[in-house]
Ligand binder design. Structure first.
Ligand SMILES: [Zn+2]
Length: 240
């Protein structure tokens, strides 16, 4: 029996040398070819870039969620959401921010939401000869005709809670953002269906935009703390 075992081992060794080693040698040579090395490098760069993008977007989403807390602390309103919004350019440089009830009104909106305020600021900031709106409380009393009505390509809007789709008094935030040329939407959580029917994300998808979710326990905690009147589902169930 031991002889058989030795034979078996020798056979295996022979099999390895005769069959697998040449293949391993061939694969090793292939892996060192410039084309494969370039492909491997590109893959590393892409996966690294994806990690970087996720990390940057999570940080910006956290800031948007904190702005929601600012809305809650500064000007809490019973029954209304406290949300924060941030608009960046394609390189993630912040253009404008907004939070619920930061301004009392806009010329085309008697009760602007966080996204509407951020969009108005961004449009005016990037417009030629745009009036300085400042960051003071209250609406910009005089808004001159805007030179720019659409933001530069690639702008991104971050909102702690998805943009609303339906409003009775004014244009919804989702529609307002699309009209402003924003096609990149990063959302923290869905709007609870206790307030309105959840449809902001579906509307954006139907319009050709690709909303992305960035959520973490910290972001979730800020959004919940800013809206204590709402019962949000557990964190695990908030993943879209
Ligand atoms: Zn809204």
């Amino acid at each position: 029996m031991p002889q058989r075992s030795i034979f078996s081992r020798l056979f295996k060794r022979k099999f390895i040398f005769s069959t697998l080693l040449p293949e391993c040698f061939f694969i090793t040579i292939l892996m060192k070819t410039p084309a494969i090395q370039k492909l491997q490098l590109e893959r590393r760069i892409i996966s690294g870039a994806a990690r970087d993008i996720a990390s940057i977007e999570l940080k910006l989403m956290l800031e948007a969620a904190k702005l929601g807390m600012t809305a809650f602390r500064n000007n809490h309103c019973d029954g209304a959401l406290s949300v924060g919004a941030i608009i960046t350019d394609a390189q993630y440089q912040i253009i404008a921010t907004g939070y619920s009830r930061e301004w009392d009104s806009l010329p085309d909106d008697p009760r602007p939401h966080a996204e509407g305020i951020a969009i108005a600021k961004a449009l005016n900031k990037l417009g030629d000869n745009a009036p300085r709106l400042g960051d003071m409380r209250g609406s910009p009393m005089v808004v001159e005709p805007r030179k720019r009505t659409v933001l530069p390509e690639g702008c991104i809007i971050f909102t702690g809670i998805e943009c609303c789709r339906r409003r009775t008094q004014s244009t919804s935030c989702a529609e307002r953002a699309l009209r402003a040329g924003i096609s990149n939407f990063v959302v923290g959580m869905r709007e609870p269906n206790t307030l309105v029917e959840q449809c902001g994300i579906e509307y954006l998808r139907a319009a050709g935009a690709k909303p992305t979710q960035r959520i973490s326990p910290e972001i979730y905690a800020f959004v919940c703390a800013a809206n204590p009147h709402i019962t949000f589902p557990p964190f695990e169930q908030c993943i879209i």
